[in-house]
Write a protein that binds this ligand. Structure first.
Ligand SMILES: C[S@@+](CC[C@H](N)C(=O)[O-])C[C@H]1O[C@@H](n2cnc3c(N)ncnc32)[C@H](O)[C@@H]1O
Length: 301
């Protein structure tokens, strides 16, 4: 039974880095249970502003009744359009606490957790067309292989794909339990939790096009954030962290160092992007979900 929507990760560290101007305008890309948003509002003066995004309707129940606060029930990928419409560009800082919330992972019917039984859904936005089941039942062999290789870094992706293709020839795969039984023969004994986490991660990233949204934000960051403003991102796996680190280090997500005609690096953010901040042992003890978190901070030049 769920008792808390979500315990915020690296709360003080991220908000300390973000809020430098109490009367500024800030953006929380991933509102969730609103833990980070509440802390940001505490640091703002009456003329400060916070605009938050979440594509999951469930998050709306946590909205904050505060005249300085606006919650947008949309993909943060379209942040530039919404912030233009709200007439608040450029902003003083943007925070992203990527991935899914504890609420999403603890509700059976959302289908995010391999330890629960539910439908193979995994949509953050339940109006979206693509679900984990539609991927497993309808993607071609090549598409499935790409998803498992690219987003799960799964060693036996080929075997896994073959088994899924064979299995769905007989009957469609609908539930998590059904799926786990179907792929039992390629699930390494003694490491099933780790393996299933990788498989579920790959499906979840594809269902929600998570890296596409992150890439878009990184691409837009230099026009969204004003000089000396902050980009603060908390990520939970290496695929996300690599994009953020590359972008902050080199100005592009590929991580290619580029220079202008005078030999100066072309990049819009500075700071210590190569140095990620990680949770203290005590935070990890209190909140297991935080153990893979990495916080990176960029300062707009
Ligand atoms: C890790 S939780 C954020 C928790 C939040 N910081 C808190 O303190 O409660 C991530 C949230 O971001 C949302 N989310 C993830 N990707 C998104 C996207 N591209 N656009 C909008 N919301 C997104 C998820 O629905 C989820 O509620």
């Amino acid at each position: 039974m769920e008792t808390t929507y979500h315990i915020p990760v690296l709360l003080q560290e991220s908000v300390d880095a973000l809020v430098q101007n109490p009367s500024g305008t800030y953006v929380d890309l991933t509102f969730g249970g609103g833990g980070h948003a509440r802390e940001i509002l505490k640091r703002l003066s009456p003329d400060g502003k916070l605009i938050a995004f979440d594509r999951d309707e469930d998050a709306l129940a946590n909205s904050i009744n505060d005249p300085r606060f606006t919650l947008v029930n949309h993909n943060f990928r379209y942040c530039h359009t919404f912030l233009t419409y709200l007439n608040c560009l450029p902003v003083d800082g943007i925070l992203g606490d990527l991935g899914i919330s504890s609420h999403q992972i603890n509700v059976d019917e959302r289908g995010f957790a391999h330890r629960l039984n539910g439908p193979l859904d995994m949509r953050m936005n339940r109006n979206g067309k693509l679900t984990a089941a539609s991927i497993l039942n309808e993607y071609t062999e090549k598409q499935l292989l790409t998803v498992f290789n690219k987003y799960g870094e799964i060693k036996n992706a080929f075997k896994l794909t073959k088994i899924i293709l064979q299995r769905r020839n007989n009957a469609k795969i609908h539930s998590i339990e059904d799926f786990k039984i179907s792929i039992e023969e390629c699930t390494p004994k003694g490491e099933s939790a780790k393996y299933l986490s990788q498989v579920f991660q790959a499906l979840r990233i594809e269902v929600n096009q998570e890296l596409v949204a992150l890439e878009q934000i990184l691409q837009d960051a230099e026009t969204l954030i004003k000089t000396s403003g902050r980009l603060v991102i908390i990520s939970y796996h290496s695929l996300e962290d690599r994009l953020v680190k590359n972008y902050l280090n080199t100005g592009n997500i590929e991580g290619k160092k580029q220079t202008d005609m005078y030999g100066w690096p072309i990049q819009s953010f500075e700071g210590k992007p190569h140095k990620a901040i990680i949770p203290s042992p005590q935070e990890i003890e209190n909140n297991k979900r935080s153990r893979s978190a990495k916080l990176r901070i960029g300062i707009r030049k």
